[in-house]
Design a protein around this ligand. Structure first.
Ligand code: AMP
Length: 397
């Protein structure tokens, strides 16, 4: 375990019995995970006078670069996790693939928000989908499969096309394969190489939307409206807000999101990703118990960002005003953009209303999220046009 401390005081007098008292500016908050979500959380927290400690197996991370202290240790080193938790007033996480035992160990020392139980459900597709279905939320039809024979039986029942996904540790389309023909069933099972998977019906959706929302310690609820998302190669490409959907879809998506946060007892931020079906129905695709890529535009476009909201909610403070100043669009910058050299930052920044966010990652690998652009304009269509033009302008010629 290594710790790169840039700050001094360790004033952890918190215990889980003090959970109801707000954790005020000046206190230290802990983040499990060290990617860009933790980085933007740390920026929001430091802006409000908090100290931030981050914990992950890597060093010189996007979060560590802006945190007060970067602890570098394995997630299954539970003594190190407890040591980390003793140094902060509350622990949150910035990605859901932190082992449940890690969250539990931290929870023996300080509140973990959202709780380990939320992590447990949302880090495993099968548990998540079963929870949603059993609680009466609309979810993509699915079947649990644990062998090739079970997969074949599930396909006979469900039909093709289908999407086969690993039950655990999947994100951004990793660990999933679309099956379109019977002869592809066996190769798909082999390709996934897992002992537990979920077969989903392939949904011919009209569009994808998400709702990023927060729930406070006192049960208060706030949302950032409905955001419209477009994916490329299973990775989020562009998000726009507000989404171009009917009022009926908007109201229903928010109502379902509120119900999910309440049912899970979330304290913190959670994002619900939906498919909008051709008849304006909604199916929940996935839950993320943390700020979400689609909510990055809130950093520039809203009174309170999703990251400040995460801080407020985990610290037991009042939730912030989520009003959006102007229609906005966000475009992800993947490592592919660096293939022909350093992107032309000045060209994008010359465009009015465009904001640049980079995550401090040194190696630009294909498909790796390196940063994003946000654009604001008078209409969503215009914001989308500008953000895509700005991204094009980045390409070195
Ligand atoms: P996921 O990692 O499960 O959120 O999947 C990433 C993306 O793949 C989604 O946002 C969709 O664009 C697509 N996808 C996943 N599952 C399905 C499905 N059952 N039907 C259609 N598209 C899907």
């Amino acid at each position: 375990m290594t710790t790169q401390a840039k700050a001094t005081p360790q004033t952890n007098t918190a215990s889980t019995t003090e959970a109801a008292a707000p954790i005020l500016p000046g206190a230290t908050v802990g983040v499990l995970g060290s990617g860009q979500l933790g980085r933007m959380f740390a920026i929001a927290a430091r802006k409000m006078g908090y100290r931030v400690h981050t914990y992950s197996p890597e060093g010189d991370t996007p979060t560590g670069q802006v945190a007060d202290s970067e602890v570098c240790a394995a997630y299954d080193d539970l003594d190190a996790v407890r040591g980390f938790a003793h140094g902060v007033r509350v622990v949150t996480f910035e990605f859901e693939n932190v082992p449940f035992a890690t969250a539990e160990a931290a929870g023996q020392c300080v509140p973990v928000r959202p709780a380990g139980s939320v992590l447990h459900v949302t880090q495993h597709r099968l548990r998540e989908k079963t929870f949603l279905r059993d609680a009466g939320f609309p979810v993509t039809p699915f079947t649990a499969v644990r062998s090739l024979e079970e997969l074949q039986r599930a396909i006979a029942k469900q039909g093709l096309p289908g999407v086969l996904k690993t039950a655990g540790f999947g994100y951004d389309g990793k660990g999933q394969v679309k099956i379109t023909a019977p002869e592809r069933v066996e190769p798909a099972w082999k390709q996934l190489g897992t002992s537990e998977a979920v077969l989903e019906a392939f949904v011919n959706f009209r569009c994808e939307v998400s709702v990023v929302a927060a729930r406070g310690v006192d049960g208060s609820f706030a949302h950032f409206g409905v955001i419209e998302n477009r994916h490329a190669n299973h990775i989020l490409d562009v998000s726009v807000s507000p989404a171009r959907v009917s009022d009926k879809v908007r109201e229903k998506a928010i109502e379902l999101t509120r119900g999910i946060l309440e049912k899970l007892g979330v304290v913190g931020v959670l994002c619900v990703e939906f498919f909008v079906t051709p008849d304006d129905g909604l199916l929940v695709n996935e839950l993320a118990p943390r700020p979400h890529n689609s909510g990055h535009l809130t950093f520039d476009a809203c009174v309170t960002s999703q990251f400040e909201q995460q801080l407020r909610s985990i610290c037991g403070l009042p939730l912030g005003d989520t009003r959006q100043h102007r229609p906005a669009a966000m475009a992800n910058l993947l490592g592919d953009l660096w293939e022909r050299g350093e992107p032309n930052w000045a060209a994008a920044l010359a465009m009015p209303g465009v904001k640049l966010h980079l995550y401090g990652k040194a190696a630009a690998r294909a498909g790796r999220k390196m940063g994003h652009l946000t654009a604001m304009a008078d209409t969503v269509d215009e914001a989308e046009r500008i953000v895509i033009a700005a991204r094009e302008a980045l390409r070195p010629r």
